[in-house]
Design a protein around this ligand. Structure first.
Ligand code: NAD
Ligand code: AHE
Ligand code: ZN
Length: 369
């Protein structure tokens, strides 16, 4: 079939709307009609050329929601008409990772996914016979995408897809990092670096966990109002202080926070986030994604004296087992999504969504197909 998609032809170039060919879903694959997709900073990161796994030309996008149009041979858990969220972290329920009980990182399709290909090593997208790469196994910047069955969460049919698409990455990542990775408890003190879709979702998760003090940190003070709405008790602009921000936070919190979260993708700030943690027990969770060749560093003494550095991917959430519950938590009012949608626009305008993100004017733009 033919459809419209936003194609990333090369690093640093604007996306171009193209008519593409989409091949039928093969064995174990599903054709999804996309209804809505968010634009996450990771899409911009890959488009910038900084992603070691970035391949071009590709169809980016990984925060979508849609409807099953057709299924390939052997697909048993989904049928046409089902409502789904594509998962960049699949869940096969059979691999060593899925069976470990220790992680949400499934290995079943990850290798080919990282190369921009379907599990059989080929692409379902092309233009004039030339293949276009998939992205994160999801490629949601297309009217139709082909996704492995094990990389689709079947969700409640009444959930508004133009909202719950944000559970495909940003909101789930932030809330999950607090509840699953850090396991924040009532009364804990939390610092959140970066107040985009991820950082604000961390704040939402921290409030759900009953955190006592939630310190929100950003150099763009226009983010502070929403941070407070989600539960931040203090908002701090590092530029307003002469002292390093980790020292400022240590001084504000009688020795440091119980948990900090880096939601920017800046390795210097990852260090600050670790070093603002309390001696003996403070834990810092890296969520931000940093470019090729970048490394984190700190004095080992920071770890010797009890601080812990962890990372979190998709909030530690197992997509097929747990994401439908997140959708229901939105429907029953336990999770807020609506305020995150600061802009909506058609696919034709998708480059504006990237501009708004880079200008710090949006939290999430949702593309409506
Ligand atoms: P965003 O662009 O919406 O937000 C980033 C925020 O960081 C902005 O508010 C910006 O003003 C702030 N910021 C930038 N530089 C800063 C600095 N020096 N000090 C303080 N604040 C600063 O991005 P997002 O969509 O929220 O994504 C955040 C990060 O999380 C990105 O690196 C993204 O790739 C990553 N991410 C990771 C996962 C995961 O599973 N680990 C999932 C989604 C996104
Ligand atoms: N491809 C990059 C890493 C990108 C990355 O870390 N991705 C996050 C999700 S970001 C979503 O917005 C993630 O889940 N990683 C785990 C995984 O399996 O990809 C690189 O450095 O190569
Ligand atoms: Zn994302």
């Amino acid at each position: 079939m033919k459809c419209k998609a936003a194609v990333a032809w090369g690093p640093g170039q604007p996306l171009k709307i193209e008519e593409i060919d989409v091949q039928d879903p093969q064995a174990g694959e599903v054709l999804v009609r996309m209804v809505a997709t968010g634009v996450c900073h990771t899409d911009a990161f890959t488009l910038s050329g900084e992603d070691p796994e970035g391949v071009f030309p590709a169809i980016l996008g990984h925060e979508g929601a849609g409807v099953v149009e057709a299924v390939g041979e052997g697909v048993t858990t989904l049928k046409a008409g089902d409502h789904v969220i594509p998962l960049y972290t699949a869940e096969c329920k059979e691999c060593k990772f899925c069976l470990s009980g220790k992680t949400n990182l499934c290995s079943a399709v990850r290798e080919t996914q990282g190369k921009g290909l379907m599990p059989d090593g080929t692409s379902r997208f092309s233009i004039n016979g030339e293949p276009i790469f998939h992205y994160m196994g999801t490629s949601t910047f297309s009217e139709y995408s082909v996704v492995p069955e094990i990389a689709l969460a079947k969700i409640h049919v009444d959930a508004p897809l133009e909202k719950v698409c944000l559970l495909g990455c940003g909101i789930t990542t932030g809330i999950g990092a607090v509840l699953n990775t850090a396991k924040v408890e009532e009364g804990d003190t939390v610092a959140v670096f970066g107040l985009g879709g991820i950082g604000l979702s961390v704040i939402q998760g921290a409030r759900m966990a009953g955190a006592g003090r939630i310190i929100a940190i950003d150099i763009n003070e226009s983010k502070f109002e929403m941070a407070k709405q989600f539960g931040a008790t203090d908002c701090v602009n590092p530029k307003s202080f002469d002292a390093p921000i980790q020292q400022v936070i240590v001084d504000m919190t009688d020795g440091g926070v119980d948990y900090s979260f880096e939601c920017i993708g800046n390795v210097q700030i990852m260090r600050q986030a670790l070093e603002c943690c309390h001696k003996g027990w403070g834990e810092s969770i890296v969520i931000g994604v940093a470019g090729a060749g970048q490394e984190i560093s700190t004095r080992p003494f920071q770890l010797v004296t009890g601080r812990v550095w962890r990372g979190s991917a998709f909030g530690g959430v197992k997509g097929r087992s747990q994401l439908p519950g997140y959708v229901e938590d939105y429907m029953n009012g336990k999770i807020e999504i609506d305020p995150f949608v600061t802009h909506t626009m058609p696919l034709e305008d998708i480059n504006k969504a990237f501009d708004l993100m880079h200008e710090g004017k949006s939290i999430r733009t949702v593309i409506l197909f």
